[in-house]
Unconditional design. Sequence first.
Length: 446
Amino acid sequence: MFRALPGVRACVLAVLSLSGLAILELVREQTGTAGFFVGLGLAVLPVPPLMAAFRWLGRAAPRPWAQLLFCFGWGACTAALIAILANNFATEWITAATADASAADRLGSVAVAPVVEESAKAAALLLVFAFRRRQFTGPADGFVVAGFTATGFACTENVLYLGNAFGEDVRSGAAALDSVTAATFFVRIVVSPFAHPLFTVLTGLGFGAAALGGGRLRRIGSPLLGLLAAMGLHALWNSSSRFGEYGFYVVYGCVMVPVFGLLVWLAALIRRRRLRAVAGELAVYAAAGWLRPAEVPALVSMPARSLARALARSAGGRAAGRAVALYEADAAALGLLRHRARHGGPAEEPDFACRERELLRRMWLRRATAGPALARAAVLEELLPPRPVPCGPVAPPEPVEPPELREPLEPVRVPPARRSGPWTPARSAGPTSIRPCVLPGGDGVR
C-alpha cells in the first residue's frame, strides 16, 4: 500500500500482523476454542455480501484490492484489538471509581465504546487519505474504504459475541432455537449486519468531502464532523436497550432503517454522478482520437466493462482480460482526474499534465487489446445508436491499424488558469507527434 514509503509500509504490515495474532488469541481465550470456531463460522456469513456491495459502489473507479484488504484487516485486527483493550480498561476504571459494575457497563457501552471504536476505525481512513491521497477522490472512496474497515471490525466483534453466547448455551444446556446464540445471531447477523458500516460510512463521507478540496477548515472539519456523527449514531444504537422494553425497536425502526435507506440512496446517486462525470470527460479524449467513439459508452457501463473483460479473456487468455481491466481503471482515473482539475483548479491538481500524460501512455499501450473488446461489448449491450441501413452494395472498409507512439511523449505545458470560456477538446497531432489532450486557448486547468 505505502509503495513510496517502504519504512511506513513495513511498520503498518508489522502492526497488522502483530495485532492479528493478538486479537486471535484474545478472542479465543474469551470464547473458548469451540465457541471461537462457532462464532467465526456464523460471523463470516454477512461479510461477502457487504464487501460486494461496497465494491459495487467503487467499481466506477476501482480501488486496488491490496488497499481494500488492508482496510478490512485493520478493522478486523488492529481496530478490534484497540477497542477491546480500551473498553476493558475504561470499564474496570469506572467500576473501581464508582463501585457499581452495572453503571460502569452502561457508561462504557454508551460513552466509551462509540468513541474508542469509531476512532480506531477512522485511523485506517486517515492512513489511506494521507498516504494515498491521489486515489481518494471523493465521497465514493470514503464509502468504500469505510465500508471495508467497518466490515472487518464487525466480523471480529460478532465472533466475540457469538462465541460467548455459544459458551453460555453449552453451560446452560439450552435448546438450539431458544438459545442465546440464536438470539444473538438474529440481532447481529440478520437484523443489523450493516450497523458498524453505517456508523463508519459517516466518517468516510467526511473524508470524502475533504478530498473534494477547499480551505484548511473544510479539510480538517469535514472528517471531524463525520467522526462525531458516527460516534453519536453509535452511542444512540448502544443505548437503545436502555430506553425501555421497546427502545431497541424504536431506535431501529425510526433511526437506523431511515439512515440506512438514505445512505443507500446517496451511494447510488454518487455512483451515477461519478459515471456521468467520467462519460463527459472521456468524450473529450474520444474527440481528440485517444479513444474510439464506441469505447466511451462501454467504459461507463458496468455490464459492458465486465463483458469486455470476458471477451478479451476468451480470445487472449487471462493476460488479455487483465489488460482490459487495467485499461478500464486507467480510463476512469483519467476522467475523474480531468473532472477534478476542471472544477478544482490548479491548486487541486498541480501535476495534472504529468498525470494525464502517464495515464494516456498506459492506455495507449493497451489500446490494441482493450479497444476492440470494449467496442464489441458496446455493440452486444446495445449501447450505440442504430446505424442507417445502406441502400446499395457497400465495399468493405480497409483495415486501419492503430497509430503507434513513435517518439516519447513531449511534456505538456498547462496554460495559466482563467475564468472565461469552457474547456475544449484538443486535436491529435497525428501518429508521429501524439500529445495528451491539453486545453488550448489559454483556458488551462481551472
